[in-house]
Design a protein around this ligand. Structure first.
Ligand SMILES: Cc1cc2nc3c(=O)[nH]c(=O)nc-3n(C[C@H](O)[C@H](O)[C@H](O)COP(=O)(O)O)c2cc1C
Length: 371
């Protein structure tokens, strides 16, 4: 039985779904494409050209933990931008060392460099932060170059999805395609390998640990946008659509769930059931490593995984990061056989039959740019 159906039956049994409500069910929740027109108006920032706005919007399509979008940009001049870290988007309970924040900003920088290249600009990145909690992270210097537009088209189509993955091992030629930009920092472990089993067991255990942590649950609740109204108001966080909660279950979630719903015992059990199912069904794990965990190493890893993620859709390979092992037991990753460097990021991967369109929302450029 699929998760959505099992979830629906639990709700039906608990009497939350009134029979009279059923005919109204069917439409989906707020998705990125529903806000395209609005975003075009809101993306305007006085003093910036259309090209600059486009580069900033493309950068903002980067993934981030809880879709918190922890980046800021200060436009010092057309040739010099400062990338910053927004304290209000940090996740101190789950991401206590702020590494996920740095990884997300790394992904943002990678998109920015690619989008600038496609518009005829070379973007040189100078990392200035020394501490993960610094609020100024990098300076970008722009100069002219020939247009280079290969990867940019993929930025708009990249997404995280949890729809069922096939258990098939990822083909060697596909791994080569995904990792050839940085093979020394990226490892693939197929489902069934000792490393894969180790990551699955550790990830499940760490999900259980986080599930029992009130501070983590409260932090997560803060970033879930159950209703369409909240999603439209904040344009960040996790919507039911982005969490792959569709159909009847999505409708129930959008109309009945509140901040407190996350603390409900039945929902907690359902969440852990879902995690177990995700850990059982996939084609393996991709692990990103670095020689240390300095700010610049974490930013580099964010850039590397974003580049890989942009390539994955062309091969029908779905991606879901799983951060809990690194958040709760970073030392445990030394147990992943064959890895000597620091582990920075772990992704569940698998082939899917058809790729859904991106749905997660983004803040308008004017909300994170200071010109
Ligand atoms: C540093 C980082 C950590 C993440 N950790 C998780 C995670 O533990 N579980 C998960 O389901 N998704 C995780 N994600 C995926 C984000 O939730 C997702 O990228 C975000 O909601 C935006 O959606 P999109 O990637 O479809 O644009 C992570 C993403 C990043 C960049």
């Amino acid at each position: 039985m699929d998760l959505n159906r099992r979830c629906f039956l639990k709700y039906a049994a608990s009497g939350m779904i009134a029979a009279g409500a059923l005919p109204a069910i069917g439409c989906s929740g707020l998705r990125r494409k529903d806000l395209t027109g609005l975003l075009e108006q809101e993306n305007y920032v006085h003093g910036l050209t259309k090209t600059e706005l486009d580069i900033l919007y493309m950068a903002s399509l980067a993934p981030s933990g809880h879709n918190a979008q922890p980046w800021t940009v200060k436009i010092v001049s057309p040739e010099k931008w400062i990338i910053g870290s927004d304290k209000t988007c940090w996740l101190p309970a789950a991401d206590s060392d702020n590494f996920n924040c740095l990884l997300s900003i790394g992904a943002f920088i990678e998109n920015l460099v690619i989008a600038a290249g496609s518009n005829g600009y070379k973007a040189d990145v100078q990392i200035t932060a020394k501490d993960p909690f610094d609020t100024e992270i990098a300076i970008i210097h722009f100069s002219r170059q020939r247009r280079n537009g290969e990867l940019v088209k993929r930025i708009k189509n990249r997404r995280m999805t949890k729809i069922p993955y096939r258990k098939k091992e990822i083909l060697a030629k596909d791994i080569e395609y995904l990792t050839h930009h940085s093979p020394e920092h990226i490892c693939y472990f197929p489902k069934g390998s000792p490393q894969s089993t180790y990551i699955e067991e550790g990830t499940l255990e760490c999900n259980r640990i986080q599930d029992a942590r009130q501070d983590v649950l409260e932090e997560t609740a803060k970033w879930i946008r159950w209703s369409d109204e909240d999603a439209k108001k904040y344009r960040d966080g996790l919507t039911p659509e982005a969490m792959s909660i569709h159909g009847v279950t999505g409708w129930v979630a959008r109309h009945f769930f509140t901040r407190e719903s996350l603390f409900n015992k039945m929902n907690r059990e359902m969440y852990l059931d879902m995690v177990e199912e995700l850990l059982e069904n996939h084609g393996g794990w991709i692990v990103f490593t670095g020689k240390d965990s300095s700010v610049s190493s974490m930013i580099d890893s964010g850039r590397r995984f974003e580049r890989l993620w942009l390539k994955a859709r062309a091969k029908n390979i779905a991606i879901q990061p799983f951060s809990q092992l690194l958040e709760e037991a970073p030392g445990a990753t030394v147990g992943i056989k064959g890895i000597e460097d620091d582990v920075h990021f772990i992704m569940r991967v698998g082939y899917i039959d058809s790729y859904p369109d991106p749905v997660s929302l983004r803040k308008p450029v004017s909300w994170f740019v200071e010109a």
